[in-house]
Design a protein around this ligand. Structure first.
Ligand code: DGJ
Length: 564
């Protein structure tokens, strides 16, 4: 067994920059409906993040090796699992050493933390519950299949399951309240991808009886008073009046009604954890969803999770949950972003497949959907440099300082995600100031979508084409065109900042005047201030015909236009 490193409380307090107990303001989520701003230390921030693999934060040694790599990648926030089995190995005996380690390493590397509470639910299973919980199926019952047999997943209607999970979760929140006074932990995910797998709902006797009893009046009233904003999936299933009707009577006698019932059950459970946790320490809290992709039915996909079409059930049952986050591993990424960026749900992507093109998805999510955060999964495996395996943090022969020195000499070879994050870090302030306005947009191009356009408030239509459309790059003849993206921020009249890779911009005016490029420069941005690195003209703008960032490089350019 490995020895645990110990992070004494006084060390953590020493690292705390707050002078008094109440001098660090609590992180808050300012929710504007379709976008939300996380405010930390009184300052808005974007989550430029990544989520650790499930088992990467279970030992102090791994934390020590991984966190320097996260800092070098340019993350400002890391999403870290906190498993119930490690926190409460024996009933009522709590061990917070791993949480100490997470907070300590995060502070050491200037990172904020979003804690993922892997409690009684982790991807439709209860594998993170402690052994004492798992073995005591009498006290902690499991969900039941239609044939009466149990599954590994806990029963969300069991008061003892809820009590045990809530107690551990609340102890975590108490620990943070008492020991994380500078709020390194800025947000908490409650459970992970809850859902009922193989069947649409739990068939235990209590569930069966509730399913055939009247839908709670609280839900009926909520749905009836929110008819205008309901998701069509729910609105289309409701009758005129739900009073006194059972679930199948109100929502239709099929598996979708069963799913709605299961959703209510999960949302009540999770909402209760969030409510109790917030009473101790009022941090923003969210849930994450496993998608209903590939035409699957409830149960084929995890049924009852925080799916977009079930948002109204979650909003009513779990008002303490601030955001329904979306985990994207399927194709059609832009479609999924659109589905979860709603008038009453800001876009937050706590997990997305780790691959080079995620760099472009990130720019698109922040620029087009005002995303509050973007987090590739298993981020510790992301290479810092192009050509790396991504496992360089496992190289224990090189000290963290040596690695950092070696890497900073070759910043031009940064991998796509590290490059995109470097841009996002510099323009974070400018992006935040333009969320929810027409002064920011983004496009994502790929093999099937080689051009797009943006209409700016200046009446300028910006035509964005894939860099390969110029035919200058020999790879453009090879067939497949890789992802390309850009964000466009309006700085003032006819004055723009472009962040991206692999795109060529030309312009036309709505009033049919001609549009010329008055000025273009590659720039650096720091704390909202823009400085010119080099003036771009001649070949770099095709003698004033276009603005271009070639494929394979991520850059910032400022340009001004004029009409004639
Ligand atoms: C989604 C889950 O939320 C993650 O914890 C992880 O299991 C990934 N799927 C896939 O590895």
């Amino acid at each position: 067994m490995k020895a645990r490193l110990f992070y004494p409380l006084f060390t953590m307090l020493l690292l705390c920059s707050c002078s008094g107990e109440h001098s660090c303001p609590l992180p808050i989520l300012e929710n504007h409906g379709s976008h939300a701003t996380l405010v930390v230390d009184g300052k808005p921030m974007l989550i430029i993040g990544g989520e650790l693999g499930n088992s990467s934060a279970s030992s102090p040694e791994d934390l020590a090796r991984i966190f320097p790599h996260l800092e070098r990648l340019g993350l400002n926030t890391v999403l870290v699992p906190l498993s119930w089995e490690l926190i409460e190995p024996e009933e009522d005996r709590f061990d917070f050493s791993i949480l100490d380690g997470i907070v300590f390493r995060a502070r050491e590397h200037d990172l904020r933390v979003v804690l993922l509470w892997f409690g009684a639910w982790k991807n439709s299973m209860s594998c993170y519950a402690p052994e004492w919980f798992k073995r005591d199926t009498g006290r902690f019952p499991r969900a039941i299949l239609p044939d009466g047999s149990p599954v590994e997943e806990a029963c969300a209607l069991s008061p003892t399951v809820l009590q045990a999970d809530r107690k551990a979760f609340c102890r975590v929140m108490e620990y943070l309240r008492d020991n994380d006074r500078q709020h390194t932990v800025v947000m908490v995910q409650v459970e992970n991808e809850m859902g009922m797998i193989n069947v649409p709902r739990d068939y235990c006797p209590i569930a069966d009886s509730l399913y055939h009893s009247p839908v709670p009046q609280e839900l009926v009233s909520y749905l009836e008073s929110h008819r205008e904003s309901l998701h069509p999936h729910i609105a289309g299933r409701m009758g005129e009046s739900g009073e006194g009707l059972s679930w199948p009577q109100f929502f239709g006698d099929d598996i979708y009604a069963e799913e709605i019932f299961q959703t209510w059950t999960y949302a009540r459970y999770t909402g209760e954890l969030a409510r109790a946790g917030k009473e101790i320490l009022n941090l923003p809290m969210y849930v994450n969803v496993a998608l209903d992709s590939r035409g699957r039915l409830p149960g084929q996909y995890p049924s009852g999770g925080p799916l977009a079409q079930l948002k109204d059930i979650w909003h009513c049952a779990a008002p303490s949950i601030d955001v329904l986050g979306v985990d994207i591993y399927d194709s059609g990424v832009t479609g999924w972003m659109e589905r979860y960026h709603l008038a009453d749900n800001p876009l937050f992507i706590p997990e997305i497949r780790l691959e080079d093109k995620a760099a472009h998805y990130a720019l698109y999510a922040y620029g087009h959907h005002d995303a509050m955060g973007f987090c590739p999964f298993s981020i510790e495996d992301c290479p810092l440099l192009t050509g790396d395996s991504g496992n360089d943090w496992r190289n224990t022969d090189m000290s963290a300082d040596d690695q950092l020195n070696a890497y900073t000499r070759v910043t031009d070879r940064l991998s796509p995600i590290a490059s995109a994050y470097s841009l996002m870090n510099s323009i974070e302030e400018l992006v935040l100031a333009r969320q929810g306005s027409d002064d920011m947009d983004a496009v994502l191009l790929d093999d099937g979508h080689r051009e797009a356009s943006i209409l700016t408030p200046d009446g300028i239509k910006v035509h964005v084409n894939h860099d390969f459309s110029l035919g200058w790059d020999p790879r453009s003849k090879e067939g497949h065109w890789p992802e390309a993206s850009c964000m466009l921020l309006r700085l003032g009249e006819y004055d723009y900042l472009l962040a991206g890779s692999g795109t060529v911009l030309t312009f036309s005016a709505e009033d049919s005047s001609k549009v010329g490029i008055a000025y273009c420069a590659e720039v650096d941005v720091k704390d909202g201030a823009i400085t010119e690195i080099r003036r771009l003209n001649g070949d770099q703008t095709h003698q004033g015909r276009h603005i271009r960032i070639p494929c394979g490089t991520f850059r910032l350019q400022r340009f001004r236009l004029y009409t004639y």
